[in-house]
Design a protein around this ligand. Structure first.
Ligand code: GLN
Length: 183
């Protein structure tokens, strides 16, 4: 399996390492850093990392990656958007979700909390939130995977997965396995 990580800005290295770890425990495969056009079409799965959504979005547009991502989504390629990546999944109209940026407020710039996510098992997932967005509304095709403080913080629509937190910053590989199993 070939996993492409959009590597323009944000928590790229952490995602590369977490994806490589998860692949080596599971089906195997390689992780590619996507910095320009013509790579996304050869990937079996795509990860859009956290960072600054305005910057990542602008660079993706400049590099011609946005249309490739939209086309990949249309062809059923699984895409994981974490934090800023979640914001971009909404902005490009790939997922039917409404998003509020920095939803958890200034005092709570970052925090860590155990989350109940039924699709990965009973043990809570230790979720790291950093100036995190939240999903405030979902369309009927969207499955809610987790909530925190009344906000939706994880959701899935077909093969698109949106997480408001950073699964690459903890050693728990279950969400990566859940995502790679969609391929
Ligand atoms: N607050 C950032 C944004 O709006 C997202 C934060 C993150 O990705 N850690 O782009």
């Amino acid at each position: 399996m070939r996993v492409g990580i959009i590597a323009l800005q944000g928590s790229v290295e952490e995602h590369v390492r977490a994806a490589e770890r998860a692949l080596s425990e599971g089906c195997g495969g390689e992780v590619i850093s996507v910095k320009h056009a013509d790579i996304v079409p050869s990937c079996d799965a795509i990860i859009i990392p956290g960072g600054e959504s305005t910057t990542i979005g602008r660079l993706m547009l400049r590099e011609g990656i946005v249309d490739e991502i939209k086309s990949a989504a249309k062809h059923g390629v699984p895409i994981l958007g974490t934090c800023a990546g979640l914001i971009l999944l909404a902005r490009y109209g790939l997922m039917d979700i409404h998003v509020t940026r920095n939803a958890f407020g200034r005092q709570r710039e970052s925090f860590e909390t155990p989350l109940k996510i039924d699709v990965i098992g009973e043990k809570p997932f230790n979720a790291v939130f950093i100036r995190a967005p939240a999903i405030t509304k979902v369309g009927e095709d969207v499955e809610i995977l987790a909530k925190c403080n009344g906000y939706i913080v994880a959701a899935k629509q077909d093969k698109l997965v949106a997480l408001a937190f950073h699964p690459e910053l903890t050693r728990d590989p279950r969400l990566h396995h859940f995502f790679f199993d969609l391929v």
